[in-house]
Design a protein around this ligand. Sequence first.
Ligand code: ATP
Length: 249
Amino acid sequence: MSEIDLPEDHPRYQSLLTRHRIEAGVEKGITSKQGLIAEGRGEAFDYLLGERTIPSADQAAQAAAAQLLLADQPVISVNGNVAALVAPEIVDLADAVGADIEINLFNRTPDRMAAIAAHLREHGADEVKGLTADGRIPGLSHERAKVDADGIGSADVVVVPLEDGDRAEALAAMGKTEIVIDLNPLSRSAESAAIPIIDNIIRAVPNMATHARKQQEMDREALDSIVDSFDAAAARNAGETAIRNGELS
Ligand code: ATP
């Protein structure tokens, strides 16, 4: 089934679309088989959230956009699921906030790195980092620690969507300000984030770009106040409450 064949009025349209993109990602050599499992976990949380952006996740997206506009060297980390789900949207967000895009894989193979880089370029990315791998994240084993020294290695603010908990913790321990997009408010990634966005990446990334474009004319003081008024623990709690108490339609 192609994306065009998916009936938009289907009650599970968004999850069918997500599954279809991940499946296509596996076929193109972009997404790993483990990526299918990560997708299943995310889908269960999204089902309980009601497949919607809750108000606290929208506030988090707003704070994340402001934090990216304030950053000296923002980088958006992309793995196989992220590339399969939202490649054009990631390119657009990078453009809106002036961020670099870096491929960062848990299961790093030269073929997958090349396939993801080609896929991002097909969707408009000029420069794709991650292939040089001349930097390391301390505290992780060799392959999982690889980053570009002039990318994630020296970034001050990093967007890490759908990230493995170990790496999210190790990046936070390096002193990076982390923006995590993860549907599981209890994941270690969400817990190590300065700004956790408890939302489906399919909704969160375009939402961040929309907020960033609205904030582009704001001065630093106004952006600072958006970031300062954001409460990460409250956002995680609101996500957890929505998931636990949500009324399924
Ligand atoms: P932890 O952070 O607790 O160690 P993990 O390392 O086991 O978790 P993975 O199984 O690698 O996490 O899964 C990645 C995370 O991404 C999961 O928490 C899952 O809920 C989340 N996720 C999967 N798909 C999406 C999506 N489309 N949007 C947002 N989050 C998603």
